[in-house]
Design a binder for this molecule. Structure first.
Ligand code: C2E
Ligand code: MG
Ligand code: MG
Ligand code: MG
Length: 276
């Protein structure tokens, strides 16, 4: 675009930058209002055991429908919520809502369903995740063993004392950990020794073209083998078709989620997976 506008390139970029600042400020105040008015909702994406086909859990994913702007993707507003610190109260709401929903499903008989909640590094830095989790569990009545926190490699790579203490106290509570988007972050895997993690979620970028990309196959195979020798489960993200599913099984991956089964859906719709 800069090329097309030629000599006006600078002016063009300037205008675009200003527009994006205004947009960010507007989005930020809209997000504050959404939090106050409880306009966020959670959708749930089912996770399956690849071998048995059994439903094992759900990932809670935040959704936001803005009155004028329509549906706004978390990929767009979560980074802004992180930069502004608003992710702390939003994250507290997500924990509370996800635990409450999971406890309803438990009460209806699905006692071994795991609910996975994404937690941002900023929540650890600027909030107290232990306190938020303890409160969400206490208020919902959900047993801690039914809750999994999805952490990022960028969080675990830090070795701050307060992080180590937070994670240790969450473990003592009985909460489990998964590493989200595994393989995209860092090559230093020392954190796998330091923290007790239960599952590695293989990032979708390695899964998307799996059936025709031998390099992706090599990467997934390596992740699965390493995970197995560390006694960790692997979950493939972004499984979109049966061929990918079959290949993942051959590679030794145990669990998966993706459009092949279902996108994230509202709680009421998720119940059809429970009924099945
Ligand atoms: P994520 O945690 O890695 O979640 C997976 C994303 O992939 C979700 O996008 C999901 O809808 C999408 N997805 C699932 N299956 C497929 C598939 O088969 N194909 C494709 N192409 N995509 C698939 P979503 O819901 O837009 O969320 C994007 C990211 O936003 C999440 O990535 C997560 O990092 C963040 N996020 C979402 N909800 C929350 C939340 O409550 N708290 C925090 N801190 N972050 C959240
Ligand atoms: Mg996730
Ligand atoms: Mg992910
Ligand atoms: Mg992601």
């Amino acid at each position: 675009r800069a090329k097309e506008s030629g000599r006006n390139a600078f002016r063009f970029w300037d205008t675009e930058m200003n527009a994006s600042v205004v947009e960010h400020v507007e989005l930020l105040s809209a997000m504050r209002a959404a939090l106050a008015h409880r306009d966020f909702t959670l959708s749930y994406q089912p996770q399956f055991d690849l071998r048995t086909g059994r439903l094992i859990g759900a990932e809670a994913l935040i959704r936001w429908r803005h009155a004028e702007l329509g549906q706004i993707s978390p990929a767009r507003f979560i980074p802004l919520a992180e930069r502004s610190g608003l992710i702390v109260p939003i994250g507290d709401w997500v924990l509370q809502e996800a635990c409450t929903q999971a406890q309803r499903w438990r009460a209806a008989g699905w006692t071994d369903l795991t609910i996975s909640v994404n937690v941002s590094p900023v929540q650890f830095k600027r909030g107290s995740v232990e306190t938020s989790v303890a409160q969400a569990l206490a208020e919902s009545g959900l047993p801690s063993g039914n809750l999994e926190l999805e952490l990022t490699e960028s969080l675990l790579i830090q070795d701050s004392l307060s992080l180590i203490e937070s994670l240790a106290s969450l473990r003592r509570l009985g909460v489990r950990f998964a590493i989200d988007d595994f393989g995209t972050g860092y090559s230093n895997l020392a954190y796998l020794k330091r923290f007790e993690v239960e599952r590695l979620k293989i990032d979708q970028t390695f899964v998307r073209r799996l059936t025709d990309d031998v390099q992706d196959q090599a990467i997934v195979r390596a992740i699965v083998q390493m995970a197995a020798s560390l006694n960790l489960f692997t979950v493939a993200e972004g499984v979109e078709d049966g061929a990918t599913l079959a290949l993942l099984g051959d590679l030794g991956c145990q669990q998966g989620q993706g459009f092949h089964w279902s996108p994230a859906v509202p709680a009421a719709e998720f119940e059809k997976f429970l009924a099945a």
